[in-house]
Design a protein around this ligand. Structure first.
Ligand SMILES: C[S@@+](CC[C@H](N)C(=O)[O-])C[C@H]1O[C@@H](n2cnc3c(N)ncnc32)[C@H](O)[C@@H]1O
Length: 338
């Protein structure tokens, strides 16, 4: 079972309803609520305490969890040092005085400063793997996790991938997950931002993948060396100007250059489409997340057969396009003022 399959989502779109994998039921016995308000003593009381506090606040859930309850489970179990798939059996477990103090402090910052929970905890989960997580990079939540776990079937039909590029890698979640699940592949993690790449480097070491993973600082494909890839995976910035203006406070804690991409959100995606063909093997596949901006992309290229992928755990706006299709439309990308 994945540690937290609901930790996949989108930057600005409210997260679709997802099932929590926690086996703790919402209706756990919450007796003695007077004491509870003053000082939660057990895991169960702390869950109720946090859940009520979050429900009564104006926080926005969009960074991996979609409800006060799921976020409370993640917060309390993390502070208590318990596995995130714990069952109801842990509800009577006592919290240490230090645990209670830390819990109150994190909850206070979550509510007052609107800091997304993964930044407060310093870790995030993606495709069943745990990552270091801090404001050097966006919080992992791409639905591409689901495609990785399905080994890109049926969309990728070439030989076993041996070279994969995570273009716009941030803290490295996509590329490191493919490196983990495709042990025959060498993976390049590429980003323009040196701070994000530092975090990607730390995650590479933490996941013990340094032998097969390279870190490249580059403006898209500019600094790439020779060779072509079987898969190019990208979750570039894609939020359009209107969505940027309306973003809840939580998103302002993330690096600005991770989200916005011009008026229609497609500035980076246009550049990726115009060059990707050069970097893909003939049997290769390009997978790009564009979120809400998928309608703008369809309008910009009405004749291009983008395949829009569907997700069991929520998310939309991810397309796949083969190297051959990219070749077929290569003049089109250039004609459209790329
Ligand atoms: C939406 S974040 C995605 C991070 C990570 N792939 C993920 O899914 O969590 C987009 C990333 O693109 C990077 N980026 C922005 N402009 C870029 C460019 N011109 N070339 C390469 N990377 C760029 C940002 O630094 C940021 O880390």
């Amino acid at each position: 079972m994945l540690a937290m399959p609901w930790l996949q989502g989108k930057p600005t779109v409210p997260v679709a309803k997802r099932k929590s994998c926690s086996r703790i039921s919402y209706t756990c016995d919450m007796s003695n609520t007077e004491t509870l308000r003053d000082q939660p003593q057990t895991v169960g009381q702390a869950l109720q305490f946090c859940s009520e506090a979050l429900q009564n606040s104006d926080v926005f859930f969009g960074h991996g969890t979609d409800s006060a309850w799921d976020e409370s489970v993640q917060l309390v179990l993390s502070v208590a040092g318990l596995p995130l798939d714990s069952s109801d059996d842990v509800l009577p477990d006592p919290l240490s005085p230090e645990g209670i103090t830390r819990l109150r402090s994190l909850l206070g910052r979550r509510i007052e400063e609107h800091i997304p929970l993964p930044y407060l905890l310093g870790r995030a989960w993606f495709a069943g793997l745990e990552y270091l997580c801090d404001p050097r990079a966006i919080i992992p939540r791409s639905p591409i996790a689901e495609l990785i776990l399905a080994e890109f079937r049926p969309w990728y039909s070439g030989p076993e991938p041996t070279r994969i590029l995570d273009l716009c890698c941030g803290g490295g979640c996509i590329g490191l997950a493919v490196a983990h699940y495709f042990p025959a592949a060498r993976v390049d993690l590429l980003d323009i931002d040196s701070a994000a790449l530092e975090l990607a480097q730390e995650n590479t070491a933490a996941l013990e993948l340094v032998d097969r993973v390279s870190i490249i600082q580059s403006d898209l494909f500019d600094e790439l060396g020779d060779g072509r890839y079987d898969l190019i995976l990208s979750n570039p910035p894609y939020v359009d100007a209107a969505d940027i203006a309306a973003m809840p406070a939580e998103y302002h804690h993330e690096p600005e250059n991770s989200l916005g991409s011009g008026a229609d959100g497609l500035a980076l995606t246009r550049r990726i489409l115009s060059c990707a063909e050069t970097w893909l093997r003939d049997t290769g596949l390009l997978v790009v997340e564009v979120g809400n901006s998928w309608t703008a992309l369809e309008e910009a290229y009405p004749e291009v057969p983008f395949t829009w992928l569907e997700f069991e755990h929520g998310g939309e706006g991810v397309f796949a396009i083969s190297a051959r299709e990219l070749q077929e439309y290569s003049t089109k990308w250039r004609q459209l003022g790329l």
